[in-house]
Design a protein around this ligand. Structure first.
Ligand code: UT7
Length: 335
């Protein structure tokens, strides 16, 4: 058994198209002021018509491998967190395996909505600690714009498209990931879902007419769950590592809504300055949210070697997940 695992490289892929609140306000009954004050979002990225989630995943993976100084041949396992795969099968992990030119390694997609990336990190950590893998690529990539109802002002202002990736390698005891906590509660399933397109309600004229291939959400119910989930998951991950709020140097929360993050910070008694926030630029990018925020926090110098961090997220299902990480050295930034 190895001692642990850590992140040795990070990557990000941002679609070029920026959709501002002002532009949205020209197509749905909303205002820049409403969106900013209720969510913190100012703009979001939208994938080009020819771009799918695997393209965003591939771009992020390439950069993560480059910053890690690791070639595709060294990858032992590919995990992709996504709710918007290119198609039902093959999975996105296989699609990027082909493009990256790795060996014929294990390829799996993780489906836990916005929690998918942290769930994926947990699987990767387990594979490394058990000795099954040495180098694991974990990606979060979403094209939520494809399942957004652009006429529903209650949801279309919230989401965006992005990709983020991390490369994990073994670490010494006390470095890297210190604890993981994962949770799920199917009782919350109705509050946030895409009703059709699966085996219960396959795509038909009727499902399309009813708009059942779009995100359907009870916003206020999800909001209340979200604050509770962020706090409980972060607190549990800290407890499992024998740490407390005072030990935390940085928090990378799921970027869904600035008000959710601020409420969680107050309840956790961790100063807001320690929370990295980029929701204003990308909106909620689901599985891509945490790796993109972590990438930008590292680039901004908010994540330093030896610093203690918490990654914490929640999503449809309901699902939630958190982990603590003692940031290890070795991440080489781009020149
Ligand atoms: O990854 C998980 C994904 N989901 C989330 O994290 C979402 C969690 N929930 C939220 O972030 C918030 O509930 C929202 C941002 C979605 C909504 O904020 P809210 O403060 O809970 O507003 P509300 O739903 O209570 O709506 C207040 C009013 C309503 O009008 P009335 O009924 O009071 O007249 C809405 O119709 O705001 C109206 N409204 C809008 N007005 C302008 C809803 N969306 C908009 C909009 N622009 N885009």
């Amino acid at each position: 058994m190895r001692q642990g695992s850590t992140i040795v490289g990070l990557g990000r892929y941002l679609p070029g198209r920026i959709l501002t609140n002002a532009e949205l306000a020209r197509t749905v009954d909303t205002t820049d002021e409403w969106i900013r004050s209720r969510t913190g979002v100012e703009e979001r990225r939208i994938a080009a018509p020819e771009e799918a989630s695997s393209d965003l995943a591939y771009g992020a993976a390439r950069e993560a491998l480059e910053t890690a100084g690791i070639g595709p041949a060294e990858i032992d396992l590919i995990i992709v967190g996504t709710t918007t795969p290119d198609m039902v099968f093959p999975n996105v992990a296989c699609l990027i395996q082909k493009r990256l030119g790795t060996r014929t390694v294990g390829c799996l997609d993780v489906s836990a909505a916005c929690s998918s990336f942290v769930y994926g990190l947990s699987v990767a950590h387990g594979a490394i600690v058990s000795g099954q893998a040495e180098t694991v690529l974990v990606v979060g990539a979403e094209t939520l714009s494809r399942i957004t109802n652009w006429r529903d002002r209650a949801t279309c202002v919230l989401f965006g498209d992005c990709g983020g990736a991390a490369v994990l390698r073994p670490a010494r005891k006390g470095d890297g990931f210190l604890s993981f906590t994962l949770g799920g509660d199917g009782q919350g399933g109705d509050a946030l879902q895409m009703k059709a397109g699966g085996s219960r309600r396959p795509a038909s004229y009727e499902t399309i007419e009813r708009g059942e291939h779009y995100i359907a959400m009870n916003g206020s119910e999800v909001y209340q769950f979200a604050v509770r989930a962020l706090c409980d998951a972060a607190a549990q991950a800290l407890r499992e590592a024998d740490l407390g709020p005072a030990d935390v140097d940085f928090v990378i929360p799921h970027q869904a809504n600035i008000r959710i993050i601020e409420s969680a910070a107050r309840r956790l008694k961790i100063p807001m300055e320690k929370f990295f926030v980029n929701v204003q630029r990308y909106g909620n990018t689901s599985a891509a949210s945490i790796p993109v925020a972590l990438y930008e926090a590292a680039a901004a110098g908010c994540v330093r070697d030896g610093g203690l961090g918490v990654l914490v997220t929640f999503g449809a299902g309901y699902t939630w997940a958190a982990c603590t990480i003692r940031w290890g050295g070795g991440i080489r930034r781009r020149a």
